[in-house]
Design a protein around this ligand. Structure first.
Ligand code: ZN
Ligand code: ZN
Length: 379
């Protein structure tokens, strides 16, 4: 048991250390690039390398990890899937299985308890903070077991560190130390922060075209920089849609790439949304949101009444019995009810199953308190 605890603590420390390196090394790269530039050591070749590797890695994430793997927005032959996922592995955002599992969890609990990176817990938590807790990275076995059967995905997942190292080594070979700094470190900064902005900026700033049951938003700048991923409200409304930009002016480079591949026959079963389906989704989500608000109000009321009744039982029990277990239990019930009330009144968006779970818990707590009071003769 102690050994298990020790091993878990060691893994936590190693995980935190790796994130510290991931966050600080690119920053040091930017500082070094600035010093180089100050001394007029600058080669346009390095910027070209940066742009090319960043585009490959970023598209690997958006087209490969996200639209293909996580949401199954299209089908592609094994060799093409392999290339796209290898590009994604160069983004320094983890293995395809881990990325997909975390993102599936994000969609399952968007902006409620269980979301690995909701800005309702703080903007910086959504941007970077969440990365430090190993518990925010769910097991692929739980959230993406189907991916563990896919030999292409498994191959890229097992070799991810190699592709990461290669994406630093290639600019070094082609551009020396300045190539390494610009197209290696500065590029990792650009790729990771642009992806992280989808989690932070696109759940905080921007417009909402669809009334989804989360805080997702469309942000034009992230849309441009993240090759289409910034049309995030559209994406939450239609997760399987391979095209996140749904209007002509919503630039979506990943969508354009998918459309091109579909045209030349490389991608099939490309998922789309018809205008009718879009309208139906808008109406359905509005209705769901209304029902949930009513459920929240009802829960608040029943938690308050349950709290009042348990407090009454508690007062009577103090006067009639001197049973420490009874008192401890009653305090636990009251504490749990306070937690439920806090959760229900928090700005976090809570989905229907969780609210129904709370309703059942309130009822159980109340029944247990009544039964206990009857047993001890306090009621
Ligand atoms: Zn999201
Ligand atoms: Zn998604």
């Amino acid at each position: 048991m102690t050994r298990m605890k020790y091993s878990a603590r060691l893994q936590d420390t190693l995980h935190k250390a790796s994130i510290v390196v991931l966050v600080t090394a690119p920053l040091l790269g930017i500082a070094t690039a600035m010093i180089f530039a100050w001394q007029r050591i600058f080669f346009p070749r390095d910027l070209v390398l940066l742009l090319v590797i960043h585009t490959l890695a970023c598209m690997g994430i958006t087209v490969g990890y996200h639209r293909m793997l996580t949401h199954q927005g299209f089908s592609a032959p094994a060799w093409l899937r392999m290339i796209i996922l290898i590009c994604g592995a160069m983004a320094f955002e983890g293995t395809p299985t881990q990325w997909a599992a975390t993102h599936i969890k994000h969609h399952a609990h968007s902006d409620e308890e269980g979301d690995p990176h909701s800005p309702l817990e703080g903007f910086w938590h959504a941007h970077i903070g969440w990365l430090f807790a190993r518990t925010n990275f769910p097991e692929a076995r739980t959230y993406a077991p189907h991916l563990l059967q896919d030999p292409v995905v498994l191959f890229v997942s097992r070799t991810t560190p190699f592709w990461m190292a290669l994406s630093l080594f290639v600019p070094f070979v082609l551009g020396g130390w300045t190539g390494f700094v610009w197209a290696g470190l500065v590029r990792v900064f650009c790729t990771t922060h642009i992806t992280w902005s989808v989690n932070s900026v696109c759940h905080t700033f921007g417009s909402r075209e669809f009334e989804t049951t989360d805080a997702s938003r469309n942000h034009w700048l992230v849309g441009l920089l993240a090759y289409g991923e910034g049309w995030h409200n559209n994406h939450h409304a239609f997760p399987r849609n391979a095209f996140h930009g749904m209007r002509w002016w919503q630039v979506d480079c990943s969508g354009l790439f998918i459309r091109f591949c579909e045209k030349i026959g490389l991608m099939t079963e490309v998922q789309r949304v018809t205008p009718e389906a879009a309208e139906a989704q808008r109406v359905r989500a509005l209705r769901t949101r209304g029902t949930i608000e009513i459920l929240r109000m009802q829960l608040q009321y029943s938690a308050e009444s349950a709290q009042a009744e348990i407090e009454r039982i508690f007062q009577t029990s103090i006067a009639t019995v001197d049973d420490r277990t009874l008192h401890t239990r009653m305090m636990e019930y009251l504490q749990r009810l306070s937690e439920i009330r806090r959760s229900v009144s928090s700005p976090m968006f809570l989905k229907r199953p969780r609210l129904e779970g709370y309703a059942a818990q309130i009822q159980t707590l109340l029944e247990q308190a009544r039964a206990m009071a009857r047993q001890t003769g306090a009621a």
